[in-house]
Design a protein around this ligand. Structure first.
Ligand code: URA
Length: 227
């Protein structure tokens, strides 16, 4: 039997919600704040950070970019991939890893049982270096705080650094990617595994086996930590 509380009937949940909103309107309340769950707080903060990135002129790369490339994926992702910097396709589309290397990254993500939308993908630099040259130290220094904030907001269980630039930036080391790959490091309490960059894998078929081993370690660590 339906019970009436303050003019609200306790029937179907949707009918209840509508009736409740009508009731609020009838007493002069026109707007209800959405609940601040940790999920939408992170989403909102990421959106505002993306806005800051879009306005950023801290290094000279803003002069040559078409647009900034913030990051993509789930704000609650358990796995976060960090690449180097946007290339020409990313600069045009505003999304990381959408070119040839990106298509390979998508396949790598799928090979360990995820879709792109379930993980989070970002870069060290948010603007394309002209002619895809290597990021310069002053560009990394100007941009890194955005990546640090992204990691803090997303709180991934595990991070995969794609290539030498991401690994060196996050781990503050000058070791080569050949030496760093395939092992877990501690990034402020988050396990981080470096592997080869997908663009390198497109040129080096023989490195794909090692990258596959790294990805399996990444997947297993995620499942271990996700329970
Ligand atoms: N290479 C990267 O490191 N990042 C991209 O977004 C695309 C290519």
């Amino acid at each position: 039997m339906n019970k009436k509380v303050d003019g609200v009937s306790s029937g179907e949940p949707r009918d209840n919600a509508l009736a409740y909103l009508q009731y609020l309107k009838s007493i002069g309340i026109e707007y209800v704040e959405p609940a601040q769950t940790p999920d939408n707080a992170a989403t909102n903060e990421l959106a505002s950070l993306a806005g800051e990135v879009a306005e950023c002129k801290s290094c000279t790369l803003h002069k040559t970019r078409i647009q900034t490339v913030f990051g993509t994926g789930s704000p609650r992702a358990g796995i976060m991939f960090v690449g180097e910097a946007p290339g020409a396709d990313e600069d045009k589309q505003g999304e990381p890893f959408v070119g040839r290397a990106g298509k390979l990254l998508t396949k790598m993500i799928q090979a360990i049982g995820f879709e792109r939308e379930e993980v989070y993908i970002a870069n060290v630099l948010k603007c394309r270096p002209p002619q895809n040259r290597d990021p310069r130290p002053e560009e990394v220094a100007a941009c890194e705080h955005f990546l640090v904030r992204q990691i803090q907001l997303i709180q991934p269980l595990v991070i995969c650094a794609l290539g030498a630039h991401a690994a060196k930036t996050l781990l503050k080391t000058d070791d080569t990617i050949g030496k760093l790959r395939g092992r877990f490091f501690d990034y402020h309490g988050v396990p981080l595994i470096p592997t080869y960059h997908p663009a390198f894998l497109l040129r080096s078929q023989q490195s794909k086996k090692a990258a596959w081993e790294d990805l399996q370690k990444l997947r297993d660590k995620y499942h271990e930590l996700n329970g």
